[in-house]
Each structure stands twice: as C-alpha cells, then as structure tokens.
Design a protein around this ligand. Structure first.
Ligand SMILES: [Zn+2]
Length: 380
C-alpha cells in the first residue's frame, strides 16, 4: 500500500490513478479546479442552459435529488435562491432513516421546498440489502441504486426534464479521466461505478419480478427521450466545497449529528441520514481497501489546505477500523441475520493482506474484536 504524496489516499482505492510524482488524480483535479478552470465561463454556460428549462407557469422546472444532507440542501437552496429555479426535491428513503436525517428533511421543507419521498417496498428492500451485504460487501447497495434511479423515474413521470445532481464523484474523489470531465450523469456511470458490477437486472434471475424492482429500474431510453431528461452536476458549473456547503446550511438551521462525530470519522456532518451508510458501509470499505471515511474527509481537508497530511493520517488511524456498533442491532434485525453470520461476512470481505494475521493465517483481533491494520508507514 502506498499513499498519494499530496493527500493520504492509498492506492488500494478502486479506480485511483497516480501520476509520475505519486500524486492521485483527485488531488490533480482539485489543483485544476483551483487554478485552470474558468468558473465565470462555466456559470455563464450554466445560466444559458437553465434558461432553456426555466418556467413561469408555477410548475417545477428542475428536480434536485436530496438526502437531506448538507450538500443536497445546499444544491436545492442554490438552485432556488441563486439561480431562480423552482425545484421539486426528491428523496429516496434510505435503508433506515436516522432521527437527524428526518429532521433535516423537515428543515428543507421549512426552508421553502416541496419534497417528494419515494419509499420502496421494505420487504423487497430487505432482501436486496441482504444480497448487497452478503454478496457484494455493501449493505447500502439498494440505497445507492435508488438514489440515482428514483429521481430519474420522477423526472419521466412528472415530466420535469432537468435533474440537478451535486458533485461529480469522479472529479471530487478520483476516477477514470473520461468521467472526471463529465458534466452529465450517464446511465453507464451508474452501472459501472455504483452497482459494483452487479446489475439490478441480475435480480430478475433470482426470484425478483420487474414489479418488485420498479423504483430501482432506470427508465428506458425511449422514456428518457420523450421527456428529454438531462442530468447535470452543479459541481461542474460552480466550485464545490462540502465544508462551505455545511457551514452555509448550518447558518440556516441545518442539523449536524447531535451525537458528535459519525462512526468511523472525525466529522459530524456527513452521511447522517441512513443508520448504516456512515458506519457499516464505510467499515466494509475499510476492510476491503484499508481506508474509510476519516481518510476521505481528511483528503478533502488536506486538498483545501485546512489540514496537514500528518494530522490527517493520525485522525484516520484514530477513527477508522472499529466495528460500528451504534446501529448494529438494527442492521441485524433489518436483514434477519445473527451476529455470528454478520462477523463471518465481514471476514469474507476483509483483504487479508492489509491486516495482521497469526502464524495460522487467521486474522488477529484486538481486545475490542477489531482487526488490526498493518502499518505501512507514513512518508512526509
Ligand atoms: Zn491525493
């Protein structure tokens, strides 16, 4: 394992690319955004596009998919107050919503937005979560699909062609170069990056019917063409900064996590809406790739010059790597498995080369039952 020389992202991150100086593509994109991009020109271009969709008859002229998080609230607020649009906010209900997640959706409505919630059939959802956890090592697999399909389904059915996404994840966090410069969200992206190679249509061969999967099925090309659905990343047209978004929303009444830092990281303002996207989902990532949410957060703070690499490295070491227990029982109940089967699934997804093992090859655990990451050393 080696780390980016500019941030602390390890090369185990899927899709990451390092340049000849050992700097990751996310850091390079960040520098480019700071220096090369003509933001004025991009905003002018954005305004021109918006004018094509703007309506004056009172109907919604764009959709903003929202989790209730700092970024999506900021997106909705920006579209309305800065660009004068009339968005319909669409929320795909996550696996299990937290109290603070619920509060922040109410905050959004208090802020002056209409909210449409798509809550899918929970018996189907549980089965999908279980498949996601046991087969893909991603407990939030259906959530990540629904977040991207449900707003598009609403766009088609409500005939609201413009969908405004937030950041381009490949640009902010690294990924193939072709995707980094993209300003639109394609269906191909969804299948390649979000579904972990396991397609929703694969479920049709496993006892699920099309009716069961309706909210998770991307509309057909014909349906999309009929309405002219276009998805744009706000983060392509205006400079993105998650912390600025958070501070702005907090000043308007948005709620940070009342329990302090989220499990697995040092921040209290990310992934607050779902009971296990912040904890278990990120912990599975840690077991697979040796890094978790604290690393993600630190990399962003380092790129913005708000933190030194060494401090980020220490924070990652301090916060990552503990089995998230806050909502463990809720999760076991949700997918109907016992603790032994939970831990054996974790073991199956643990990259054994990244963690300490005994002479018998078995993973060694500390007094809390956590596996111990090997020390790869940190170079200044
Ligand atoms: Zn980097």
């Amino acid at each position: 394992m080696r780390y980016c020389k500019s941030c602390i992202m390890p090369d185990t991150r899927p899709e990451i690319v390092f340049d000849e100086n050992g700097v990751c593509d996310a850091c390079l994109s960040h520098k480019k955004k700071e220096s090369e991009v003509d933001w004025q020109a991009r905003e002018t271009e954005f305004l021109k596009i918006l004018d094509r969709y703007r309506r004056s008859d009172g109907y919604y002229d764009c959709i903003v998919p929202v989790s209730g998080g700092k970024d999506s609230c900021y997106q909705a607020y920006t579209m309305k107050t800065k660009y004068g649009m009339n968005p319909l906010c669409v929320n795909f209900v996550p696996c299990e919503m937290t109290d603070v997640g619920q509060k922040n959706l109410v905050f959004l409505r208090d802020l002056g937005f209409d909210l449409l919630q798509i809550g899918s059939n929970r018996s189907i959802y549980r089965r999908m979560s279980k498949i996601g956890f046991e087969r893909l090592g991603d407990c939030c697999w259906p959530e990540h699909i629904g977040i991207f399909t449900a707003p598009i389904r609403v766009a088609v059915n409500y005939k609201i062609p413009l969908v405004i996404w937030g950041e381009n994840p490949q640009l902010e966090y690294g990924g193939p170069a072709a995707e980094r410069e993209s300003r639109t969200l394609r269906k191909g992206w969804l299948e390649e990056f979000q579904m972990l190679g396991y397609r929703i249509s694969d479920l049709l061969n496993e006892g699920f019917s099309e009716k069961d999967l309706y909210p998770f099925l991307y509309p057909s090309d014909e349906e999309l063409a009929q309405v002219g659905v276009t998805g744009l990343y706000l983060g392509y047209f205006t400079k993105w900064d998650g912390r600025r978004n958070m501070e702005h929303m907090v000043s308007l009444g948005w709620n940070r996590n009342p329990d302090g830092p989220c499990e697995g990281t040092y921040t209290d303002y990310e992934n607050l809406d779902c009971k296990w996207v912040g904890g278990l989902h990120d912990y599975l990532k840690f077991l697979k790739y040796g890094y978790g949410r604290a690393t993600d957060n630190a990399c962003i703070d380092i790129r913005f010059g708000r933190m030194e690499r060494l401090q980020g490295f220490k924070l990652a070491k301090q916060y990552e790597g503990s089995v998230p227990r806050r909502y463990l029982k809720d999760f076991l109940d949700f997918v109907s498995i016992d603790e032994a089967s939970f831990f054996s699934t974790l073991d199956r997804f643990t990259n054994k080369y990244l963690f300490k093992r005994g002479s018998d090859g078995q993973l060694i655990r500390n007094e809390h039952g956590d596996v111990i990451k090997l020390d790869y050393g940190f170079e200044e």
